[in-house]
Ligand binder design. Structure first.
Ligand SMILES: [Fe+2]
Length: 308
């Protein structure tokens, strides 16, 4: 039986079959992706299926811990394992256990990275500067405490971005799948190279599963795009899609005890303000694994045939 490859630009019939299924249910409201769970480290089967169902449909779920015990990093680890998220991405600034605590840090800590400030973070997927073999495919972002104001996340399923681009012009997809379409220059601090320059595609198919993977940043400084008209038009189209009024965008401000578990969806963060009693703290775990059992086959998880 031929492989079902809806994201292969050469396979129109698989694409249209899958696309029909994907769009049939329409965009979701933030409350539709919200799943209450009692204990992150021990989801019940019902809770597990509820989270998995959201991720299959939207590539993300937002959970809300309803139990009284505050979740710690060990709980995040356990939650990840339940969904096949094992291989944590090592991060320059991760704590020892590779789960990063994200909060505003004083400048004296020597960081100039925007995640550790209260400034907005533009659209991206995580780890776009990673090597090809260390791409970030799964993320858990858990909110320990919310800011006094702001800090909303905007989220977009990369499969929707893919559909919009492919429907507009299939050559956009071909251009964005080239292995040298986007280059991140080397990270050099005080004369030493912390990370080599990294070229890679925006869209790729995961080895073995053919799941769609997206590598992207909207930043314009220190990014080198392949210099041709199709790439420029594709990037402009994507930029307009992300900044425009799009019913598939999900806006959500994480509250304490809530978190996002996702297949590295497109996201941005708005600016926020802490005060003495409300200091935003997040735990972030990045994995090289994709959430298991979230690749639609020809039967679309048995829901119905992918058709029309
Ligand atoms: Fe991020």
């Amino acid at each position: 039986m031929p492989r079902f490859q809806p994201f292969n630009p050469a396979d129109d019939s698989a694409y249209h079959a899958w696309r029909g299924w994907k769009l049939r249910a329409g965009p979701c409201l933030p409350e539709e992706v919200l799943v209450p769970v009692r204990d992150l480290s021990r989801l019940t089967d019902t809770e597990y299926q509820a989270v998995l169902g959201r991720v299959r449909r939207f590539n993300l779920a937002i959970y809300q811990v309803t139990g009284t015990r505050a979740a710690g990093k060990a709980d995040i680890r356990a939650l990840g394992r339940r969904f096949g998220l094992e291989s944590l991405d090592m991060n320059l600034r991760a704590d020892e256990d590779s789960i990063t605590t994200i909060a505003v840090k004083p400048v004296a800590d020597g960081t100039r990275y925007i995640p550790y400030t209260d400034r907005p973070l533009n659209w991206h997927t995580d780890g776009y500067y990673n090597r090809a073999e260390e791409q970030v495919r799964g993320i858990i972002m858990h909110c320990v405490a919310a800011a006094a104001s702001g800090g909303d996340n905007l989220l977009l399923d990369p499969e929707i971005a893919y559909i919009r681009l492919r429907d507009e012009n299939p050559d956009y997809i071909r251009a964005l799948m080239r292995p040298d379409v986007m280059t991140i220059p080397a990270n050099v601090e005080q004369g030493s190279e912390l990370r080599a320059a990294q070229s890679g595609p925006v869209f790729s198919l995961e080895n073995g599963t053919d799941a769609l993977h997206m590598r992207y940043t909207a930043r314009t400084r220190s990014i080198e795009w392949k210099d041709d008209a199709t790439t420029r038009n594709a990037i402009e189209f994507l930029r307009e899609l992300l900044d425009g009024d799009n019913p598939w965008l999900i806006r959500h401000r994480l509250q304490a005890g809530q978190g996002i578990i996702c297949n590295n969806v497109l996201h941005r963060r708005e600016a926020f303000a802490d005060d003495r009693d409300h200091r935003r703290v997040l735990y972030r775990a990045r994995y090289h694994d994709r959430i298991h059992a979230t690749v639609a086959g020809p039967d679309c998880y048995g829901e119905r045939k992918c058709s029309g």
